[in-house]
Ligand binder design. Structure first.
Ligand code: WTA
Length: 631
């Protein structure tokens, strides 16, 4: 079995084998990596207990596989082309040799501060090479990284640090975002007030703005110079934790998805190679942030495991103008480009000249991730970026899945606009109906589940295995429930229709309604609130808040609206701000007191056609009021 599938017959063969003989299939794929010790058991998994163990007995290190393994033959190959926020600052290249040196220095630095195998390290950095060094340094010495997206607020950062009990944080003075800069250090300082587990805050420089140094703070630039540029590998058991990454849930507390070493490595490397049809000499670019799973799996690990050359982009799509993506593709002759529908939609509304003045002929494969891609955006991407000549890989997956589960393979899978198409080898999707029964007919729609485990499935929610079981393995016993709805055509192609739970995807970011409501309810004038999503041309979904104020409080509504968004920004980050806020004297509730979001969703969408039976509501009269005062 080849690691890379190059035609339909090979794909069919691989898929068939992965289902009929799962263990042999993964046993073979895993041999493409370096293992210090071979595993004795390919997998031992139980959906019932949410217990997943892959390649047990095996010892490896993902940093070794991502970096060291390439040095002998390809040490001078470029691992990253760093494209800074400011286009006038020249791009720099980082070879695998250089990457190795820098990672070793960071690893030695962590050791210097007494970070040991199993310790958690929080990384709160902009999209600069140091972020990659820090992540790989953790992996090298067996520390567990928890990267927090640099757009998150101090409260969100603190909650994540507290949850995982990180010992060290690595951050920067600030980050550049177009013409603006964000003072990351001061946000981290605010967070750390409530984080006693942190012993050291290691600060690198990017914006060179003034910073305040407290007791726990260490400026690391000169210290790194003193660190050795080699560092021994800590060999890890296949099931040793690799990282924790937080994702939104339906309760206030974010879920720390824990991924482990061996299975995650095998799966992300395999899917990167195949989904992007990556060949030596290609230049790949994923525009995500490393603070999200897409960046973990398909900027850091997947590409490096394949010795790939990637663009690492610090900036934003619209700076200095909305042609930046296309300019960078042209400049670095990018061959595979991977971005999100929200970015495509926002750039599609700009003059076509921004695209056409750049030469995009280097592109071979273009990809989409993070939310359903609507037909119009798909066509625009295909016509103007791919020039009808590049397969679009619409890749469906999740923080929980570690890697891509459903996606076309370039020049192998027949494309259907808006369809993520076929499951990859090892993945068995199922659609479940409202009676909790698996639907056997091909053409159908239902809740999307996965029947059997794959190597990179999350192992648990850090510190709360019961919540892991309750969230993903209880609604449909025996299956992993994704939280998404999907449609399947008669040929077995999947189209993801969107979330069916209380998570709303805004501009590709997962947001749980509960944490936003919690933030709003902190406002002294707010009695109660409910958040729903409504369709938005660019963001995909935007947030609509129904808010009930305390009756004894009087305040200007515009002022409260602004304050509510300020509360949300502080608790979560600006990404969770509401587009619309409607004040109402009450919320529609069932007799057991549950808010009927279904009705609110329809009102937010402006669809008053059929609310269903509202007579069972505790307060049916409120529906009319809310309808009439829709904003
Ligand atoms: C959504 C991002 C439709 C989906 C990798 C999923 C998608 C959630 C697609 C996970 C796609 C991701 N088509 N929807 N190609 N990719 N999604 O954890 O709702 O940030 O459950 O992982 O994004 O978001 P997360």
């Amino acid at each position: 079995m080849n690691f890379r599938m190059t035609n339909e017959a090979e794909f069919n063969l691989a898929y068939e084998k992965s289902i009929s003989n799962r263990d042999d299939f993964w046993d073979e794929i895993a041999t493409y990596y370096h293992w210090q010790n071979k595993w004795h058991t390919v997998e031992k998994c139980s959906m019932k207990d949410a217990s997943f163990r892959w390649f047990e007995g095996g010892k490896t290190n993902i940093c070794f596989n991502a970096v060291d393994r390439h040095l002998k033959e390809n040490g001078n190959r470029i691992a990253y082309i760093f494209e800074p926020n400011n286009p006038d600052e020249s791009a720099t290249t980082i070879t695998y040799n250089k990457l190795h040196e820098e990672v070793c220095k960071y690893a030695n630095l962590l050791k210097h501060f007494n970070v040991q195998k199993g310790d958690r390290v929080c990384i709160y950095l902009p999209m600069i090479p140091e972020l990659v060094y820090a992540v790989l340094a953790c992996a090298r010495i067996g520390a567990v990284h928890s990267v927090v997206f640099a757009g998150f607020s101090a409260q969100s950062l603190a909650a994540r640090i507290q949850d995982c009990g990180a010992k060290v944080i690595i951050t920067a003075d600030g980050s550049f975002r177009g013409l603006k800069s964000v003072s990351l250090k001061s946000i981290a300082d605010e967070a750390l007030v409530n984080c006693p587990s942190i012993k050291h805050s290691l600060v690198t420089r990017r914006t060179n703005e003034p910073i305040q140094l407290g007791n726990r703070d260490v400026e690391i630039e000169s210290l790194l110079e003193e660190m050795g540029n080699t560092c021994d590998i800590t060999w890890m058991d296949a099931e040793d934790p690799l990282f924790i990454l937080y994702t939104s849930g339906s309760t206030g507390k974010p879920k720390g998805m824990l991924h482990t070493t061996g299975g995650y490595m095998v799966y992300t490397g395999y899917t990167f190679k195949n989904v992007f049809a990556y060949e030596d000499g290609d230049t790949y670019w994923c525009t995500a942030d490393i603070g999200w799973i897409t960046g973990h799996s398909y900027i850091v690990y997947g590409p490096l495991l394949n010795g790939a050359t990637s663009v690492l982009f610090e900036g934003i799509p619209t700076y200095p103008d909305p042609g930046r993506f296309w300019e960078v593709i042209d400049k670095h002759k990018v061959t595979q480009f991977y971005t999100a529908p929200t970015a495509i939609r926002s750039l599609a509304k700009e003059s076509l000249e921004y695209v056409s003045k750049h030469d995009l002929s280097s592109l071979k494969v273009i990809g989409s991730v993070g939310e359903p891609i609507n037909e119009e955006a798909w066509q625009w991407y295909n016509d103007n970026v791919g020039k009808n000549n590049c397969p679009i890989v619409d890749t469906w997956w999740q923080t929980e899945t570690g890697g891509i589960l459903i996606s076309p393979l370039p020049n192998i899978t027949e494309l259907i606009p808006t369809y993520a198409t076929k499951p990859l080898p090892g993945i068995e999707p199922a659609l479940i109906d409202e009676h909790k029964k698996e639907i056997n007919e091909l053409a159908a729609s239902g809740n999307l589940c996965i029947k059997r485990a794959w190597p990179s499935i999350a192992r648990t929610i850090y510190g709360d295995h019961q919540r892991y079981i309750d969230t993903y393995f209880t609604a449909y016993p025996g299956y992993y429930f994704t939280g998404d709805g999907a449609l399947r055509d008669k040929n077995g192609n999947y189209r993801i229709t969107g979330r069916v739970d209380d998570v709303i995807i805004v501009s590709g970011h997962n947001l749980g309604t509960a944490p936003i409501e919690d933030a709003i309810n902190e406002h002294p004038f707010v009695a109660e609130s409910a958040i729903v999503g409504f369709p938005h041309d660019i963001k995909g979904n935007a947030l609509y808040g129904f808010v009930t104020l305390k009756t004894d409080k009087k305040m200007d509504e515009t002022l409260i609206r602004n304050e509510i968004n300020k509360y949300i920004s502080e608790a979560i980050g600006p990404i969770a701000k509401l587009d619309k806020i409607q004040f109402t004297s009450g919320l529609p509730k069932t007799r057991s007191g549950k808010i009927m979001r279904r009705i609110l969703r329809k009102i937010a969408e402006g669809d008053f056609s059929n609310f269903g039976d509202i007579s069972t509501l505790l307060n049916p009269e409120i529906v009319e009021e809310i309808k009439n005062s829709r904003v």
